[in-house]
Design a binder for this molecule. Structure first.
Ligand code: ADP
Ligand code: MG
Length: 428
């Protein structure tokens, strides 16, 4: 089979990028495949091209609606009538039509939000279709060691098995061995073909700026962004409050519009903020880590972190949004001593016998940053079966003011995450 011809026919590209051809070959042949490549490397093509080359249905699961929407919009131009999307943001009728198209065999690819697979009716309906590839994009979300754990991802392996998918294709930009092992185990990949490429970003330069006071930091960030060629820029803030404040400060200092983006904003406001930044109407966005996956703006010249992020992995992902076009770009980290204290606190907690509490706290932080306050805390705990343990964790979190326990049936210990959430509450 001529993969190059297929690449050109479907996408109009002249050559594969590193790793793509091997991944495509594996998926076309129906082998379980694990694709680990940096953001922007072209992971989507590794399953989109095989899906278009095959004659069965490929399911694609991805954690974010915006990610799926972008991909589907792009594919609809390439393969009209062959690609559809099912998620909670669409009208029910649109979802029904998408499912019907899949059942009728009209589709090659169906993008599905992960929570759909908890609906037995949905899975049962799909089971009548011949499923070729079951794609789990951003597969690190299945791992509790990843920075972006999603409880919904737990169900995907069962769904894929139940639907008798020929192969599972997992892709991620998270390169740690622990996460890879977790993905293979939790998704039940069978002797997967592993495709990994390098993570070096030679066009990025990294700088760490020590700061002492908030005022000095604000001044220095503004100065960095006022330099010629410093924008478009993303400024990552540690909290929503910090995000709104910094956006306001920068707007005043720079004398032009600066937008804030965080999960506390209404969906429309978020979409509008993202659009204005993507289309170049504004050249600086201040955001929490909610502004992340799915942000694919090639010409970002600077990524600023105004505090030290929670992990090296998170830092790599966020800083890596700079310079995707290959031209020189900067990643600047503004670090204050108290940032370190916060992380030392979490690390110590991790080293103590309460590693699990720390882990749950992280996940809660992530859920809150994403605006998901109604996540049952039980879902965030690893050993859900141990009810006493879960109760103890919820109790500790409640005492720290992070969650508010809510009444629930005795077999479900639930907690409601309090908004607004500030991880520092745990430090008190
Ligand atoms: P990832 O998921 O790895 O972050 P994407 O799949 O979103 O990356 O791809 C990033 C960009 O690279 C997209 O705009 C895509 O069209 C482009 N791209 C992917 N493969 C190729 C290729 N072989 N030739 C040219 N452009 C490509
Ligand atoms: Mg991707």
């Amino acid at each position: 089979m001529d993969l190059h011809a297929a690449l050109h026919d479907h996408f109009g590209f002249d050559r594969f990028r590193p790793g793509q051809e091997e991944a495509v070959r594996s998926a076309v042949a129906g082998h379980d495949t694990l694709v680990v490549m940096p953001t922007g490397a072209g992971k989507s093509l590794c399953y989109q091209l095989p899906a278009l080359m095959r004659d069965d249905l490929t399911l694609v699961v991805s954690p974010l609606v915006s990610l799926m929407q972008d991909q589907v919009d792009g594919l609809r131009r390439i393969a009209p009538g062959r690609v559809a999307l099912i998620n909670a943001q669409q009208a029910m009728q649109t979802n029904d039509e998408a499912l019907q198209a899949a059942l009728d065999g009209r589709l090659r690819m169906l993008y599905v939000a992960p929570e759909r697979f908890s609906s037995p009716g949905f899975v049962r309906a799909l089971a009548t279709v011949r499923i070729g590839l079951f794609v789990v994009d951003e597969a690190h979300c299945v791992s509790q060691w990843g920075h972006d754990f999603r409880p919904d991802y737990f169900r995907l392996a069962d769904a894929a098995r139940w639907l008798k998918a020929q192969a599972i294709i997992a892709s991620t930009a998270t390169a740690t061995p622990q996460v890879a092992t977790d993905i293979v185990e939790r998704l039940g990949l069978q002797e997967p073909v592993r495709v990994a490429t390098g993570f070096d970003r030679p066009n990025l330069s990294f700088g760490v700026v020590p700061v002492t006071t908030a005022a000095a930091k604000a001044r220095q960030i503004a100065a960095a962004l006022a330099e010629p060629g410093a924008t478009p820029a993303i400024v990552y803030a540690g909290t929503r409050k910090g995000c709104a404040q910094t956006a306001e400060d920068l707007q005043r200092t720079l004398g032009r519009p600066v937008i804030a983006y965080h999960a506390g904003l209404a969906r429309d406001a978020r979409a509008e903020a993202q659009r204005r930044f993507m289309e170049g109407e504004v050249d600086v966005v201040v955001a929490t880590n909610a502004f992340g996956m799915g942000v694919d703006k090639a010409d970002v010249r600077t990524v600023v972190h105004e505090t030290v992020p929670s992990s090296l992995e998170a830092y790599y992902q966020e800083a890596g949004r700079a310079g995707r076009d290959g031209a020189p770009a900067k990643a600047l980290l503004f670090a204050a001593a108290k940032d370190k204290a916060l992380h030392v606190f979490f690390i110590k907690r991790g080293e103590s016998d309460d590693a699990q509490l720390q882990q749950v706290a992280r996940r809660i932080g992530q859920a809150a940053a994403d605006g998901r306050y109604d996540v049952p805390v039980t879902d965030l705990c690893a050993d859900r079966d141990d009810e006493d343990r879960v109760k103890a964790i919820v109790g500790a979190l409640a005492r720290a003011g992070v969650v508010q326990p809510v009444p629930a049936p005795v077999d479900r210990v639930r907690g409601r995450i309090l908004a607004p959430f500030d991880q520092r509450a745990l430090n008190a």
